[in-house]
Ligand binder design. Structure first.
Ligand code: NAD
Ligand code: MN
Length: 357
């Protein structure tokens, strides 16, 4: 059997209510899958910062790097005002472990009237998020501010290659019987190269070249491109037409939150931060201070994040089991959390899903 060493990083607020659910579903996987888990709990977030002066200690980075195969991250609170010395642990972890892709599947259940089944693959290391900003005197009066938008050939090619591989993998799953609204694999490259011909132009040309690789041609992956603003329009009008979307950091950030809005609750949408040899699953929602402590947080985003983590660890059978159990709970519709219009507590939702595993 294979032993997977997983760090559990609950963080703040409802992170502490949903991460235990993630642990429970991993432990409940049937022994026939041959998986064993070793869990390490790591503290992170704003409460830790207030107590210890750091939102994620360097020694925890070392634990992730040397002692873990993957991690499940809950959510952290960020102060609304800038607090001296505080920075987001998630950004820190992504940087230190070079988790260069942010992968966000957005999928409705098959019975939905307006079915959606897409994955947004967002470049996670550069673009405007290099945070090289400055404020200067404006000779015309006042000041002006500017920021560097950095796009590299290396990062653009590697994210497009990951998108291509995900498209192929999804097609394999369909062929093995996983239900989907798509018949063949499609990758949509998003950019604004009509205006930003050098930065987005580079992203576009590198992505096209990477996706023209023989492995993707052989697998029948179709490639299209779309300007980001018309992408938003079509994403809202015809979300079912997208399979895999690949985007530079900023557009990917915005598109992925927009896409999450299409499925009804933030409590449903998972994500994974993926690098070479490490993956961190993370629900898309935050620490939800408005509902924390009541035991009513929807655990599904976290359960799906655990499944997504397993997928990138090469355990597709295990992840398919989790996805199917979650879908069965949603399709049945009797034990739903309040964000989905139900009355069930976090624990009741988890118990129902475990029964269906
Ligand atoms: P949020 O995602 O925490 O909450 C937005 C709304 O969605 C709230 O009404 C909340 O109750 C609801 N919601 C979110 N997750 C839910 C779930 N699993 N089940 C049921 N309802 C759920 O976003 P926010 O309120 O803008 O931010 C709250 C805090 O979280 C802030 O400090 C913010 O900085 C932080 N945040 C962290 C992350 C992260 O850790 N990745 C992401 C977003 C926000
Ligand atoms: Mn975002």
């Amino acid at each position: 059997s294979r032993v997977l060493r997983i760090a559990l990083i609950p963080g703040d607020g409802i992170g502490r209510e949903v991460i235990p659910a993630g642990r429970r579903i991993l432990e409940a996987l049937p022994p026939s899958l041959g998986l064993k888990f070793e869990f390490t709990r790591l503290d992170a977030g704003y409460e830790l910062f207030q107590a210890a002066g750091t939102s994620f200690p360097d020694r925890s980075i070392d634990v992730l790097r040397h002692e873990c195969d993957g991690a499940l991250f809950g959510a952290v609170s960020s102060p609304t005002r800038a607090v001296k010395g505080y920075s987001s642990p998630i950004v820190h972890i992504r940087k230190k472990l070079d988790l260069y892709a942010n992968v966000r599947p957005v999928k409705t259940v098959a019975t939905d009237a307006n079915p959606i089944d897409m994955v947004i693959v967002r470049e996670n290391t550069e673009d405007l998020y290099v945070k090289e900003e400055r404020t200067l005197e404006d000779p015309e009066g006042g000041v002006y501010a500017e920021a560097i938008k950095r796009i590299s050939a290396r990062a653009s090619s590697r994210i497009a290659t990951m998108a291509g591989k995900i498209a192929v993998q999804r097609q394999k799953l369909r062929e093995s019987g996983v239900a989907s609204i798509h018949k063949s694999p499609l990758v949509t490259i998003t950019h604004k190269s009509n205006v930003l011909s050098q930065t987005d132009g580079l992203f576009r040309s590198c992505a096209k070249e990477a996706l023209a690789a023989q492995q993707f041609v052989d697998a029948g992956v179709a490639v299209e491109e779309q300007i980001v603003d018309s992408m938003v329009y079509k994403l809202f009008r015809q979300p079912g037409s997208y399979d895999v979307i690949v985007a530079p950091n900023l557009y990917g950030d915005i598109l992925s939150d927009g896409a999450a809005a299409l499925v009804g609750s933030l409590g449903l949408v998972p994500s994974a931060n993926v690098g070479e040899g490490f993956v961190m699953g993370e629900p898309c929602h935050g620490s939800a201070p408005d509902i924390m402590g009541q035991g009513i947080a929807n655990p599904i985003a976290t359960l799906r994040s655990a499944a997504l983590m397993l997928e990138f660890l090469g355990e597709e059978k295990a992840s398919a089991k989790i996805y199917a159990a979650v879908d069965a709970n949603l399709e049945d519709g009797k034990l739903l959390s309040p964000d989905l219009g139900g009355k069930a507590k976090t624990e009741e939702v988890v118990n129902d899903i475990l029964k269906r595993l």
